[in-house]
Design a protein around this ligand. Structure first.
Ligand SMILES: C[C@@](CO)(OP(=O)(O)O)[C@H](O)COP(=O)(O)OP(=O)(O)OC[C@H]1O[C@@H](n2ccc(N)nc2=O)[C@H](O)[C@@H]1O
Ligand SMILES: Nc1ncnc2c1ncn2[C@@H]1O[C@H](COP(=O)(O)OP(=O)(O)O)[C@@H](O)[C@H]1O
Length: 292
């Protein structure tokens, strides 16, 4: 029997929320359509949520402290988007409660699958419940945007067509699907790709109704592949099986395949120097119902 990889947390103890899921996303396409005065880029993209992600445990503290209780290599607690999300929610609401937060990392970092952003979104959603701060979805999305352009979509909680810097969201109704995702073992810094000279920044706007894989692309892909050739090699390998492209600013690449069995078979044949996953989509964020 096929069971979701991400499940709902145990809500029996009002002082603890163990096992809160933070799903990954794919950018099915990504067009850079312009640049704002502050340097941020205007995009059009389609976000697809996956049934695969990190999990976080939250425990209430009365002293107002925010403590991350697990070690994450390369991410000191002060820089962790989860800790920053908790502090932002405290500051925004004046809440005097704190939290112990354990982050169980599954998603590759700097992979273009939004792990850090999703962790931050889950922290905002879960602490809003644990602390009883009562913010609604739209207000939490606006708060999330202060942490990163990718945070709002995880609070929105559905597949979405996104514009602006990624925060103007319209729901997309997509059929369930299976993907093979390959991490080519390099980490591509988002800021480096966006600021690169020669990046395509003037792709014409499309209408949401016209979005299809055949007529779209990822405008960040050429730059990421020229600077990190292993990304191109992973695309070429995956292309043997199905049309493949990069997600977000990389480094992960993905292809939609017809069935769970195909996804499993292709992922199992991935060259040893890379990592591959067979992943199915999720129609909603597992915590979707927690917000009005
Ligand atoms: C490219 C995308 C596509 O979904 O995803 P990832 O590859 O990061 O997963 C996002 O736009 C990334 O969102 P996110 O990772 O939250 O980016 P942020 O922390 O806000 O920004 C990191 C850096 O990327 C650049 N940036 C980001 C988003 C944007 N619309 N324009 C930009 O120019 C800025 O230079 C910024 O300093
Ligand atoms: N909780 C977190 N999980 C992952 N990365 C984090 C986290 N907090 C901060 N970061 C930083 O954000 C960077 C990008 O992370 P991530 O969201 O995984 O990738 P991407 O933006 O490419 O999808 C990481 O390299 C790391 O330095």
């Amino acid at each position: 029997m096929d069971r979701p990889a991400l499940t709902l947390p145990d809500t029996s103890d009002p002082r603890r929320l163990p096992g809160c899921p933070a799903p990954a996303k794919l950018n099915l396409f990504l067009h850079v359509t312009g640049r704002r005065a502050d340097g941020y880029h205007l995009l059009q993209t389609a976000f697809r949520l996956l049934d695969w992600g990190d999990t976080l445990d939250f425990g209430l503290r009365e002293d107002g402290e925010i403590r991350r209780t697990t070690e994450i290599a390369g991410v000191p607690p002060e820089q962790d988007l989860v800790v920053r999300a908790a502090r932002l929610l405290q500051a925004h609401t004046g809440c005097r409660l704190g939290a112990d937060i354990a982050l169980h990392k599954v998603l590759p970092m700097g992979g273009g699958i939004g792990g850090g952003s999703s962790d931050a979104a889950t922290a905002l959603i879960a602490l809003n419940r644990l602390w009883g701060t009562g913010l609604g979805r739209a207000e939490l999305q606006a708060l999330g945007l202060q942490l990163g352009a990718d945070v709002p979509v995880f609070i929105f909680g559905r597949d979405a067509f996104a514009e602006g810097v990624g925060e103007t969201l319209q729901p997309l109704d997509l059929s369930p699907a299976w993907y093979v995702i390959v991490s080519p073992g390099v980490s591509v810094p988002t800021g480096e790709i966006f600021s690169a000279e020669g990046l395509t920044r003037n792709t014409p706007l499309i209408r949401m109704a016209d979005f299809a894989a055949s007529t779209t692309r990822n405008d960040l892909q050429a730059m990421a592949c020229s600077r990190y050739p292993e990304v191109q090699r992973a695309i070429d390998w995956l292309m043997q099986y199905a049309p493949a492209r990069m997600t977000g600013s990389g480094a992960c690449v993905f292809a939609e395949v017809p069935s769970a069995r195909d996804a499993e078979r292709i992922a199992a044949s991935c060259p040893q120097r890379w990592t591959a996953w067979n992943v199915r989509t999720a129609s909603r964020h597992p915590l979707y119902e927690w917000l009005e």
